[in-house]
Write a protein that binds this ligand. Sequence first.
Ligand SMILES: O[C@H]1[C@H](O)[C@@H](O)[C@H](O)[C@@H](O)[C@H]1O
Ligand SMILES: [Fe+2]
Ligand SMILES: [Fe+2]
Length: 304
Amino acid sequence: MTILIEQPEFGVEAEETKVPVDEKELVLDGGFVVPQINSFGHTFRDYDAESERRQGVENFYHTNHIHQTYDFVKKMREQYGKLDRLEMSIWECCELLNEVVDESDPDLDEPQIEHLLQTAEAIRRDYPDEDWLHLTGLIHDLGKVLLLPSFGELPQWAVVGDTFPVGCAYDESVVHHKYFKENADYHNPAYNTKYGVYSEGCGLNNVMMSWGHDDYMYLVAKENKTTLPSAGLFIIRYHSFYALHRSGAYKHLMNEEDVENLKWLQIFNKYDLYSKSKVRIDVEKVKPYYISLIEKYFPAKLKW
Ligand SMILES: O[C@H]1[C@H](O)[C@@H](O)[C@H](O)[C@@H](O)[C@H]1O
Ligand SMILES: [Fe+2]
Ligand SMILES: [Fe+2]
C-alpha cells in the first residue's frame, strides 16, 4: 500500500513525525530522511508521471536534445569563459535567483533561492564539519543566472536540465533520449561512437559537457580562484550529469581523480534532489553563516 506522506521538515526525525508512515516509503540514510514523494505527489524524477509539469518538462528536453551539439558547446565555453559581463559577490548572485524558476524540473516550481538554501541546510545538518560542502550546496545552481538579461538571457534549454557529454554517442540513459535523433551530431560519425573524440580514461576534465549552469558556475568558481576543494568543484560541474552519477554510464571516460570525486557527488546528490519541498527556509536567519563561508572560500567580488 502506498501512503502519501508530508514532506518531512528538516530537524524532524521519522519517529517524531505525526503522520503515520509506511516504512517502505522512507529510506533512512545517515540522519537524512529521504522522501519518496515530491511536492506533486509523484516519485522524484519521474518524467512520465502525469502531472502539471510533465508536458512542459518533455518539451524542454526535446529542444535541449536538438540544440546541444559539440559546436554549440565549444562556442558557449569560449564566449562565457571570458567572464566579462559583470562583477558581483556570491551572495548578490544568490539573491538574483529569487527571479528564476527552472522549467526542466519535474519536482520543483519554487524560486531557485529556496532550493539553494534547502540543499545547503540539509547537508549542514548531516555533515556539520564539512563547511565546504554546505557552501557547495548553496552555490551549485547559481549558474542559472544565465537565464537573466544581464547574463545574455539564454533560453532554458541552454541553462538547466540534466547534462551529458557531447562529441561521443548520447547514452540511452539520458532523459528522453529519443529526441537526440533530431540532433545533427547524432548522425555524424566523428561524434556518434562510444568514444567519439575521446579516449579510455581521458578524464572528465577533457570531456565537453552539454552547456548549462553547471559548467558555467564551475568556470566562474575556478577562474575567480576559489579555495573550495577539488570535490566541491567537481560537484558543481557534474551535479546534473545523472547518466553518470545515477546510471553509471560514461565511466570509461573517468580517470582516478574522477572516481574519488564521484563519491562526494553521490552524497551531494541525495540532498540536491530530495530536499526539494515546499518547506521554506528563513533566509535572514541563515544568511550570516553563509556569508562567513563565502568570505572563507571566495573573493569579495567575482567576475561573471
Ligand atoms: O531539472 C533539474 C535542474 O535543472 C537541476 O538544477 C539540474 O541540476 C538537474 O540535473 C535537472 O534535472
Ligand atoms: Fe542544477
Ligand atoms: Fe540543484
